[in-house]
Ligand binder design. Structure first.
Ligand SMILES: Cc1ncc(COP(=O)(O)O)c(C=O)c1O
Length: 355
């Protein structure tokens, strides 16, 4: 019945597949790369205080939060737009910049929201294969045509946790024409330890057309609050501020996110746990003879070389939820978030049992 009303662009969309939520107490969720220590305590305090003002609309441009972020990055608040998660920023940027049939370059086996927003606005998808589970920047450069409008990169990459190096990014930047918008989704940037990781904000400070996306969902432990942001030249941000819905970041979200930025103890603990957690997992996965990728994020990609969906069910029966990567087009691989040491030990014990 309703089909006759639906835009053809929407009919082609597959519904987003989220990580599975635990169905009983005691089950560990390592499926959505959330912070295993919960929300930032400073954010919780600020949220409690701000809740007294919930009868009043929020600041429609999230100015205090934008100012705090601008100060941190040595930029102006005009370089920043806040959204209801970074997913919201992706939709706003497609609504602002994408015309029907413009080409959108996306790596295959990647976070699916780029494809989703491109489809909603009638973009033409151009997929580029990964190379050994890493984004292939040379192949991405080769895929640019006169019709290309947007390129989405993810650094570190979800679901493989790999990152591309500054020298490769610089080489790509040289080949991207000025009329193409390069979007770099850095949802996991705060976890990065590699010295080769590109300083994308430096390029923005130098005036380059580039949109960097960041989020409070992962490192800051605020996935349920929904705050993300985009960073770019002021003249790229200004039209996006017009295209967004007026009050897209709630009062609680603005207050909580701003407070979490300065929660040093919580952030140090998060980073240390992640850094130690990945080393622990590398050692244990090596002992198990499993093939994995070294990660710059808060999750690890494991190529189990057999049905990930079946493996997922077996692990879930033992009380651990990971992410089978079939919905990413990788039916023989899984992604597990790096939890607390206790959670990682449980994951390893269950992997041993199930394998
Ligand atoms: C690469 C990447 N970008 C963006 C997001 C979405 O973040 P947000 O919660 O800010 O919408 C995720 C969440 O999983 C992600 O993995």
């Amino acid at each position: 019945m309703a089909e006759k009303f639906v835009r053809p662009e929407i009919e082609g969309i597959a519904e987003y597949v989220p990580g599975k939520a635990p169905t009983k107490p005691g089950v560990i969720k390592l499926a959505s790369n959330e912070n295993p220590f919960g929300p930032s305590p400073k954010a919780l305090e600020a949220i409690a205080k701000e809740s007294k003002n919930l009868h009043v609309y929020p600041d429609q441009k999230a100015n205090l939060l934008r100012e705090a972020l601008a100060k941190r990055f040595g930029l102006s608040k005009d370089n920043i737009i806040c959204g209801n998660g970074s997913d919201d920023i992706m939709q706003i940027l497609a609504a602002t910049y994408l015309n029907p049939n413009d080409e959108v370059i996306i790596s295959k086996n990647t976070f699916s929201v780029y494809e989703l927003v491109a489809r909603i606005f009638g973009g033409k998808l151009v997929f580029v294969d990964l190379n050994n589970f890493e984004q292939d920047l040379k192949a991405i450069a080769a895929a640019i045509t006169p019709k290309t409008k947007l390129i989405f990169l993810t650094n570190p990459h979800n679901p493989t946790g790999t990152s591309f190096a500054a020298k490769d990014f610089d080489a790509l930047l040289k080949t991207v024409p000025e009329n193409v918008l390069l979007v770099v989704d850095e949802a996991y940037a705060e976890f990065v330890e590699s010295k080769e990781f590109p300083d994308s904000l430096k390029h923005i400070q130098e005036g380059r057309n580039l949109i960097v996306l960041r989020t409070f969902s992962k490192f800051y432990g605020l996935a349920g609050l929904r705050v993300g942001y985009g960073i770019a030249q002021a003249d790229l941000i200004a039209p996006m501020l017009k295209a967004k819905m007026p009050f897209n970041v709630s009062r609680l979200a603005q207050a909580g996110a701003a407070a979490s930025l300065n929660d040093k103890d919580f952030l140090d603990k998060t980073l240390k746990n992640n850094s130690e957690g990945k080393k622990y997992l590398y050692a244990e996965l090596d002992k198990l003879g499993l093939s994995y990728k070294k990660t710059e994020a808060n999750f690890i990609f494991i190529n189990i070389k057999k049905s990930a969906d079946e493996f997922f069910l077996k692990l879930m029966a033992e009380g651990v939820i990971i992410r089978p990567l079939s919905s990413f087009g990788l039916p023989q691989a899984i992604r597990a978030s790096i939890g607390t040491r206790e959670q990682s030990e449980k994951l390893v014990a269950i992997l041993k049992k199930v394998l």
